[in-house]
Design a protein around this ligand. Structure first.
Ligand SMILES: NC(=O)CC[C@H](N)C(=O)O
Length: 187
């Protein structure tokens, strides 16, 4: 689990509970290692080398990488490095909310060679915005702009990996809590 609030596992309580349920259903033992995303960043190698070594050791030893939701840009570079590590080493990666946006940014930068790709949450003037403020939102009214609660999403491709996770349903109703989304032009 690569996140910002790793000191406080309560922040990720619902994710932990979900992982626990999944591990019971699959008859597997769950071991969660907490990796502070800041410790994966290049600057940590100089400033806090022990923490850097420990974080990369945990990440490299993991059978799966989960980057959960989050807000703000602190630790984002470390999350991008974690997504890159997972993609390049074929380690299963689950990106939830921000974690999914991170995977999109990483893919755009590394694979599509769009070096300036970013979320406008982290760089409002990003040259290649691949995660953008939701068009229906208003920047001036933060309180009411979050897309919150259940939202119906229809699968565009039958039998794709994500559809299969939902037993090939036509649509899913999932809980949302975000202000930004993947730029539709990037599809
Ligand atoms: N729930 C989240 O992880 C939010 C992701 C991102 N900060 C957004 O607002 O879109």
């Amino acid at each position: 689990m690569v996140g910002k609030y790793t000191g406080i596992s309560d922040s990720y309580l619902s994710i932990l509970k979900a992982l626990l349920h999944a591990s019971v259903a699959l008859d597997r033992k769950l071991v969660v290692d907490w990796v502070p995303s800041c410790d994966l960043e290049d600057s940590a190698a100089v400033e806090t080398p022990d923490a850097y070594e420990k974080a990369w050791g945990l990440l490299k030893g993991a059978n799966g990488v989960l980057v959960p939701g989050g807000f703000g840009d602190r630790g984002v570079q470390g999350k991008i490095l974690a997504a890159k590590h997972a993609r390049e080493n074929n380690v299963p990666y689950l990106g939830i909310c921000l974690g999914m946006q991170i995977a999109v940014i990483e893919y755009a930068r590394s694979v599509m060679k769009l070096r300036d790709a970013n979320s406008t949450e982290f760089d409002p003037a990003a040259k290649t915005p691949c995660v953008i403020f939701m068009p229906e939102g208003s920047k001036t009214h933060m309180g009411a702009t979050m897309r919150l609660g259940s939202r119906r999403t229809f699968f565009q491709v039958n039998n794709c990996k994500s559809a299969k996770l939902y037993a090939n349903a036509n649509y899913v109703d999932e809980r949302h809590r975000h202000r930004y989304e993947v730029c539709q032009r990037m599809r």
